[in-house]
Design a protein around this ligand. Structure first.
Ligand SMILES: Cc1cc2nc3c(=O)[nH]c(=O)nc-3n(C[C@H](O)[C@H](O)[C@H](O)COP(=O)(O)O)c2cc1C
Length: 199
């Protein structure tokens, strides 16, 4: 794709300002969680609630969701910036089997860890998944939830960047570049495999 076209697409993408979520999961006695912006409401039916999340395959949390088929989605505010640094930079692949050790957490129905200080949490079961090469895109059935009585405004991506200190911003940018490289290769390989299987 030409540099000019990439620039146009990137500029338009900046108009999208998603919420910042924490996704947790558990498989046996291993617990983990990460920061995610690829989280979207996927049903308008109150008694059939669904979300879609995209989790990259190199993450520890991906492995936990694959094994258990459950996860929890948490909304946060600017007061939870510390969570972003603790869960969005280090990987459970390196930090030991319980990345949630220092978080107060409980369970609802599925057994996925529910972070008690989140604004709201959805307890979810995987209903279906799509392999997109770099990620697994999970369709989630929400089976339970918890929320604060008064809901503050959840944190958006643009506000997250504004609230970070310069050195924290550098750390996240570095992580973002590293993930982009892994994802780019995985998407290109996946596309080549799909084309090959069509011929
Ligand atoms: C703002 C932000 C948004 C992110 N969004 C996603 C996402 O939607 N999906 C994903 O798989 N990783 C996402 N990440 C990356 C993971 O949160 C990060 O790599 C994490 O450390 C992985 O942890 P784990 O290996 O313990 O699961 C995001 C990170 C940040 C900081």
């Amino acid at each position: 794709m030409s540099a000019d076209r990439i620039e146009r697409i990137s500029r338009a993408t900046q108009a999208v300002d998603p919420q910042v979520w924490i996704v947790t999961s558990r498989a046996d006695d291993r617990l983990g969680g990460l920061v995610a912006t690829f989280v979207t409401k996927a049903s308008i039916v109150p008694d059939q609630p669904r979300y879609v999340v995209g989790i990259a395959k190199q993450h520890f949390t991906w492995q936990l969701i694959e094994e258990s088929g459950v996860c929890a989605l948490h909304l946060i505010t600017e007061h939870h910036l510390e969570w972003i640094l603790r869960l969005g930079i280090a990987s459970g692949h390196h930090s030991g089997p319980n990345k949630l050790e220092d978080f107060r957490h409980t369970t609802l129905t599925t057994g996925a860890p529910i972070l008690e200080e989140a604004v709201a949490a959805f307890d979810c079961r995987v209903e279906a998944k799509l392999n997109s090469g770099d990620r697994s895109i999970y369709l989630l059935q929400v089976v339970d939830a918890t929320s604060l009585p008064e809901l503050p405004t959840p944190l958006r991506y643009s506000d997250m960047w504004k609230s970070l200190l310069p050195e924290q911003r550098l750390q996240l940018e570095e992580l973002h570049r590293r993930d982009q490289e892994i994802d780019r290769r995985a998407i290109i390989d996946w596309r080549a495999d799909s084309l090959e299987s069509q011929t």
